[in-house]
Design a binder for this molecule. Structure first.
Ligand SMILES: NC(=O)c1ccc[n+]([C@@H]2O[C@H](COP(=O)([O-])OP(=O)(O)OC[C@H]3O[C@@H](n4cnc5c(N)ncnc54)[C@H](OP(=O)(O)O)[C@@H]3O)[C@@H](O)[C@H]2O)c1
Ligand SMILES: *[C@@H]1O[C@H](CO)[C@@H](O)[C@H](O)[C@H]1NC(C)=O
Length: 291
């Protein structure tokens, strides 16, 4: 009975809470007038997110390396009804750029409600031998820059009770041959941002963290990268982008999007949730909460 009260009941409440938290309906007005950053927005899923956000009447600041690409996306965003649309071009290999970019975007929009982290560097597909450079680059661009961007954005996000949205992959939850450096960088995102989400909960920082677990999506880059390697059907990038925005607006912890709807069921990992809940009981966090 004591066991039931101490463990089973809270777990049940946790699951029910999780279930009912997903019941609130998405409305496009949720994004109206919101101030949103999208990284990796010159093409692919990032570009589609920028278009959806614009149709919903959000302010957007976009980034990627290609100035030409960004220029085109920004003009289309304005046509689609963005409250405002700007871009700042630069590379996320440069952490000083990453930090400065967030401050600049904040100035352009007068604050920040949502930080969508989506860019990735190109990683060669193949068996890992000794290409340390690719591993380091994948970690720098796909992971470290996300940490830098979110740290720079946190003061503004605290003020707006805003959201951090991290675009990851099924390859950040399961492993396969051929993508070791990419996979490592995506697992790192889960480790870091899911930890930080727990810290925010304890410290009562009302900034939501949404981790997006995507399957194979029909962007030009992805199709080219895995052609002749992966025999699977790609899901549409437009719908994928919309699902990310919906999940982010509803402040979900995780969004799953894949051609197959089994993915969310199989990867949501109740064992991990239960372990995390149980181990949280063993920590004394008082002295970390002072500042
Ligand atoms: N497509 C899929 O099948 C799939 C599956 C699972 C997860 N995802 C995730 O979805 C996200 C978007 O993927 P996608 O397929 O849409 O990719 P994409 O079409 O190749 O777009 C990548 C974006 O990142 C930018 N970028 C590349 N290198 C950069 C750098 N060094 N600094 C700053 N920006 C850089 C690119 O623009 P520039 O080249 O102009 O810099 C582009 O805007 C990624 O996080 C990816 O891991 C995709
Ligand atoms: C956190 O922020 C959201 C979005 O602004 C708001 O709906 C929610 O009530 C806030 N929660 C708390 C505990 O303040």
């Amino acid at each position: 009975m004591a066991f039931l009260k101490k463990y089973l009941l809270p777990i049940l409440v946790l699951f029910l809470g999780y279930y009912y938290s997903t019941i609130e309906e998405f409305r496009p007005e949720m994004l109206q007038g919101k101030k949103v950053i999208v990284t990796g927005a010159s093409k692919g899923i990032g570009r589609e997110m920028a278009y959806h956000l614009s149709q919903m009447g959000a302010h957007v600041v976009l980034t990627a390396r290609s100035e030409e690409g960004l220029q085109k996306v920004v003009s289309r965003c304005l046509e689609l009804g963005a409250a405002s649309a700007h871009y700042v071009a630069g590379t996320m290999e440069d952490m000083t750029f990453a930090e400065q970019f967030v401050l600049k975007a904040g100035k352009l929009m007068g604050g920040l409600d949502m930080l969508i982290l989506n860019h990735i560097t190109y990683t060669p597909v193949g068996f890992f031998r000794d290409d340390i450079h690719s591993v380091r680059k994948a970690l720098e661009v796909n992971f470290i820059s996300y940490v830098v961007l979110s740290a720079a954005a946190l003061p503004m996000l605290k003020q707006s009770s805003g959201s951090i949205v991290v675009v990851s992959s099924v390859a950040g939850k399961i492993t396969q041959p051929l993508f070791a450096p990419y996979s490592a960088s995506k697992f790192a995102l889960d480790g870091f941002f899911s930890s930080v989400r727990k810290e925010y909960a304890v410290a009562k920082v009302n900034v939501s963290v949404t981790l997006c677990v995507l399957g194979f999506i029909d962007t030009e880059t992805a199709i080219k990268a895995v052609s002749g390697v992966l025999n699977a059907e790609a899901a549409p990038k437009e719908e994928c982008a919309l699902e990310i925005i919906k999940g982010a607006a509803l402040r979900k912890e995780e969004v799953y999007y894949d051609k197959s709807s089994w993915v969310s069921l199989l990867l949501s990992n109740p064992g991990r949730r239960i372990m995390e809940y149980l181990s949280s009981k063993n920590y004394n966090l008082e002295r970390f909460l002072k500042d």
